[in-house]
Design a protein around this ligand. Structure first.
Ligand SMILES: Nc1ncnc2c1ncn2[C@@H]1O[C@H](COP(=O)(O)OP(=O)(O)O)[C@@H](O)[C@H]1O
Ligand SMILES: O=C(OP(=O)(O)O)[C@H](O)COP(=O)(O)O
Length: 401
């Protein structure tokens, strides 16, 4: 993907008094009392907004929250206002809509350096349909466009893609730039040796990323539920572990591809098996080649943790996507925790460590190690697509640098 123009190229003269439409990803988890349970995405949006505020721009924030079908109070962005105001040090205004006369009035009343948050853009079905008329209405609110919503950059929606046809310049925000620098830059030109750790539930959801990474990495460590498809393909007994029967051939061909590329592909040599899929299951460590009938592998075992850790010792760049086990259950979180700790240790001695979104981020956060990593992606689906080598529509639509 070509380098994109960034908001940092816009100076005071470009921004003073200008209305800037900023697409952010404020799709945060809320509890039943509408309280934010993880504000990572809000904090990640702050540098771009502050940069614009400090240069006298009038900032119009646009985001989605959840996947509403029509106007749904539960998915209002109103609960975001207090935290945004606190982080930005101003009273963020809230609109009840994202287009229309009332919104236009609020935009007109915005002072230089002021911030207006539009209501959930997905309250209109036209957003996800990338409807040009709707995109034009969004565009008409502002003088220029900044996309900082990395987590939504894999969606070709009106506020991420369509709007750029009517609003120029269209540039990347600081978060978007940082995500691209790490997930494209560091992966395309890694300091070597370069290792990837891929886990998560199914091989089918990670085929693209494994194939793409096999072209680039020196070491590939596999964990999570997908390993049992690899074991079964090799003729091991896997008990009642998660297996995708229709992907056995694929698993074999991935192993062969790794061999032909000279990639050192490591599968766990032992696993923690459970007698049921539950937090209070009975568990035992068994060799990878012999999971007893009625038992299922839910984590990588201690020998594998040791081998995986040692293999990472020599690396200079590590990317991690997907947990090593069912980390949501304390009993089966040791493999994931150990990898998180290892990456934190290696970061401290200068290894570039990149956590590619989704559940791996949740696992690193649960372990309290988020601030130790070089980069933690704010996008699950978006980071996966980038790592698969797919272009992101929300990025493609921006002006080239
Ligand atoms: N051995 C396993 N058996 C079943 N599920 C697993 C196993 N290991 C990991 N998982 C599950 O995989 C899920 C994460 O998978 P995935 O969504 O592919 O990862 P990510 O979100 O990081 O891309 C977690 O909910 C975890 O419990
Ligand atoms: O949370 C998001 O994606 P993610 O869960 O893949 O990180 C983004 O806000 C995109 O949301 P969507 O998958 O409803 O388009």
């Amino acid at each position: 993907m070509a380098t994109k123009n960034s908001v940092g190229a816009l100076k005071g003269d470009d921004l003073k008094g200008k209305k800037v439409f900023v697409r952010v990803d404020l799709n945060v988890p809320l509890d039943e009392n509408q309280k934010i349970t993880d504000d990572t995405r809000v904090r990640a949006a702050v540098p771009t907004i502050k940069y614009l505020m400090q240069r006298g721009a009038r900032v119009i924030l646009c985001s989605h929250l959840g996947r509403p079908k029509g106007v749904t109070p539960k998915y209002s962005l109103k609960p975001l206002v207090p935290r945004l105001s606190e982080l930005l040090g101003v009273n963020v205004e809230m609109a009840n809509d994202c287009i229309g006369e009332e919104v236009e009035k609020l935009v007109a009343a915005l002072p230089d350096g002021g911030v207006l948050l539009l209501e959930n853009v997905r309250f209109y079905k036209e957003e996800e349909k990338n409807d040009p008329e709707f995109a034009k209405k969004l565009a008409s609110l502002a003088d220029l466009y900044v996309n900082d919503a990395f987590g939504t950059a894999h969606r070709a929606h009106a506020s991420t893609e369509g709007v750029t046809k009517f609003l120029k310049p269209a540039v990347a925000g600081f978060l978007m730039q940082k995500e691209l620098d790490y997930l494209v830059g560091a992966v395309a030109n890694p300091k070597k040796p370069f290792a990837a750790i891929v886990g998560g539930s199914k091989v089918s959801s990670k085929i693209g990323v494994i194939e793409s990474l096999l072209e680039k990495v020196d070491i590939l460590l596999l964990g999570g539920g997908m390993i049992f498809t690899f074991y079964k393909a090799q003729g091991y007994s896997v008990g009642s572990s998660l297996v995708e029967e229709d992907k056995l051939g694929l698993a074999t061909s991935l192993l062969e591809k790794a061999k032909s590329k000279g990639v050192s592909l490591l599968l766990p040599t032992d696993v923690v098996a459970a007698d049921k899929f539950a937090a209070d299951a009975n568990s035992m460590v068994v060799p990878a080649s012999g999971i007893p009938d009625g038992w299922m592998g839910l984590d990588i075992g201690p020998d594998s943790i040791k081998t995986f850790s040692e293999s990472l010792d020599t690396t200079k760049t590590i990317i991690w996507n997907g947990p090593m086990g069912v980390f949501e259950f304390e009993k089966f979180a040791a493999g994931t925790d150990a990898i998180a700790k290892k990456l934190a240790e290696l970061s401290a001695v200068g290894v570039t460590t990149i956590i590619g979104g989704g559940d791996s981020v949740a696992a690193v956060e649960k372990a309290g190690l988020a601030d130790k990593m070089s980069h933690i992606s704010t996008g699950g689906g978006a980071s996966l697509e980038l790592l698969e080598g797919k272009p992101l529509p929300g990025v493609l639509a921006l002006d080239d640098a």
